[in-house]
Design a protein. Structure first.
Length: 409
C-alpha cells in the first residue's frame, strides 16, 4: 500500500468511526422502543381483551410485522431520500405510533392499539437498517466491529426502554400503560437531533470502489453462505422473540409476579442481548463468524434448560439473560456471514430481502408465543428451542466444512 492509499484509508476509517459513533447513539435511542413495546405490549393487550386472552400478544406481533414492512420500505426509500433522511423519517413514524397507541389505550380499542404498534414497528424496521449502514460505510476489516458497536448501543436501550415503562406505566392513570407509549414521542425527537449530524457516504461512492457487476438477487440468496447466515439469523431472532414475548405473560399471568418484575426481567434480557457486543466483533475476527454463531446456539440450549427447571424468579431471569447472550452471538455472527455474501452495489436489495424474511418470521414467532402459552404453557414453549437450534448447528458445521475446502483449494 502506497502512502497516498494509506492516507486515504485512514481518512475513510476516521469518517467511518465518526458515523458509527453517531449511529450508535441513534441506535441506543431508537432501539429503546423495542424493549418498551415488548415488555408492555402483551400485558396491555391482555388487559384490553375479554375472556379469550389468546390474542394478547397480537399487538407485539403487529410491532414485529411493522419491523418487516419497515425493512422493505427503507430499502426503497434510502435509494431516493438517502439513509440519513430515511432514518429521521423512521423516528417521526415512531413518535406518531406512540401517540396513536396512547389514544387507543384511552379508547380501550384493542385493534387500534395493535395498529399503533404496527406503526411503531415500521419505525423499528428503519432502525434495523442502522447496523447495515454502519457496516457499509466501514472498510472491510472493520465491518464486524462496526456491527458490534452499533448493537452495543442497545445496552442503553435495554435500560431506557424498560425504565420508561416502569416510570410511565401509571403516568396517565387510570389508563395503565398510556403514559409509556406517550413517552415515545420525545424520545424519537431526540433521535432526530442526533441523526442530523450524520454524514454517510453516498451509495455511488461505495459502488465506485468495485468494478464487479451486481448479480441477480436470486443468485445471491441461493448461495450456501447467504442461506446459512439467513437461516441462523432468522432462527436465532425468532426463538428470542418467541421466548421474550411469552416471558412477561408467563411471569405475571402464569406465576403471579408483578409487571415491574417482568419488565426488569426484560431489561436484564436486553442488556444481555447487547452487552457482549463490545467484544463479539473481536471474537468474530479471531475465531470466525461460524464459531461465534455455534456458541450462541449452544447458549440458547442453556436458556431452554434453565427455563425448564422451574418457574421461580431466578429461572425466568437467568433464562432471559442466557436468551439474550445466545441471541447476541448468534445474530451478530449470522449478520456478519450475510454481510460478507454480497457486494456493495448489491447491498440494498439483499438487505431488504433479508430483513423482510427475518422479521416476517419474528412476527410469526411473537404471534405463536401467545397462542402456545395459552394452549400449552411455559414449559412447552421451552421445548421448541431444541429442534430449531440443532438444525442451525448442522448448517453451521456444513458451512465451516465448505469454508475449509475453499481455503484449501
Amino acid at each position: 500500500m502506497t502512502a497516498v492509499e494509506a492516507t486515504a484509508m485512514d481518512t475513510r476509517l476516521g469518517s467511518a468511526k465518526r458515523n458509527i459513533a453517531i449511529l450508535t447513539v441513534a441506535q441506543a435511542i431508537l432501539g429503546s422502543a423495542a424493549p418498551l413495546t415488548i415488555s408492555t405490549g402483551g400485558l396491555a393487550g391482555f388487559a384490553l381483551l375479554g375472556a379469550d386472552k389468546s390474542l394478547a400478544t397480537a399487538p407485539v406481533t403487529g410491532f414485529n410485522l411493522g419491523v418487516a414492512f419497515g425493512a422493505v420500505i427503507i430499502a426503497t426509500l434510502s435509494r431516493f431520500l438517502g439513509r440519513k433522511q430515511s432514518f429521521m423519517l423512521g423516528a417521526v413514524l415512531g413518535a406518531a405510533g406512540g401517540l396513536l397507541a396512547t389514544y387507543a389505550l384511552y379508547l380501550s380499542d384493542f385493534w387500534l392499539f395493535a395498529a399503533a404498534l404496527l406503526l411503531v414497528g415500521i419505525s423499528g424496521g428503519f432502525t434495523q437498517k442502522i447496523r447495515f449502514a454502519a457496516a457499509d460505510a466501514a472498510p472491510s476489516f472493520y465491518k464486524a466491529k462496526a456491527i458490534s458497536w452499533i448493537l452495543a448501543g442497545g445496552i442503553v436501550s435495554a435500560v431506557v426502554g424498560p425504565q420508561l415503562a416502569i416510570l410511565l406505566k401509571d403516568f396517565l392513570a387510570p389508563v395503565t400503560f398510556a403514559g409509556v407509549f406517550m413517552g415515545l414521542a420525545p424520545l424519537m425527537l431526540v433521535a432526530i437531533v442526533v441523526l442530523s449530524f450524520l454524514n454517510l457516504p453516498k451509495n455511488t461512492t461505495v459502488q465506485a470502489q468495485t468494478h464487479a457487476p451486481a448479480r441477480p438477487l436470486l443468485e445471491i440468496v441461493l448461495t450456501q453462505r447467504f442461506l446459512t447466515g439467513l437461516i441462523c439469523g432468522v432462527s436465532t431472532y425468532a426463538m428470542m422473540s418467541f421466548m421474550m414475548t411469552g416471558a412477561p405473560l408467563a411471569m405475571v399471568v402464569g406465576c403471579g409476579f408483578s409487571s415491574d418484575l417482568a419488565t426488569l426481567g426484560i431489561q436484564w434480557h436486553v442488556i444481555a442481548m447487547f452487552g457482549p457486543s463490545f467484544f463479539t466483533g473481536m471474537l468474530i475476527t479471531r475465531y470466525g463468524a461460524e464459531k461465534v454463531v455455534a456458541a450462541g446456539l449452544v447458549i440458547l440450549l442453556g436458556c431452554a434448560v434453565v427455563a425448564h427447571m422451574g418457574v421461580a424468579l431466578w429461572n425466568f431471569w437467568l433464562a432471559l439473560v442466557l436468551l439474550g447472550i445466545g441471541w447476541n452471538f448468534g445474530f451478530i455472527g449470522a449478520t456478519s456471514i450475510v454481510a460478507s455474501s454480497y457486494r456493495p452495489q448489491e447491498a440494498d436489495k439483499v438487505q431488504g430481502f433479508h430483513d423482510i424474511i427475518l422479521f416476517g418470521f419474528v412476527a410469526l414467532s411473537s404471534f405463536s408465543s401467545g397462542k402456545v402459552f395459552s394452549a400449552y404453557g411455559w414449559s412447552v414453549m421451552n421445548l421448541v428451542i431444541w429442534p430449531v437450534v440443532i438444525v442451525c448447528l448442522i448448517l453451521i458445521l456444513l458451512q465451516m466444512q465448505a469454508s475449509r475446502r475453499k481455503s484449501a483449494a
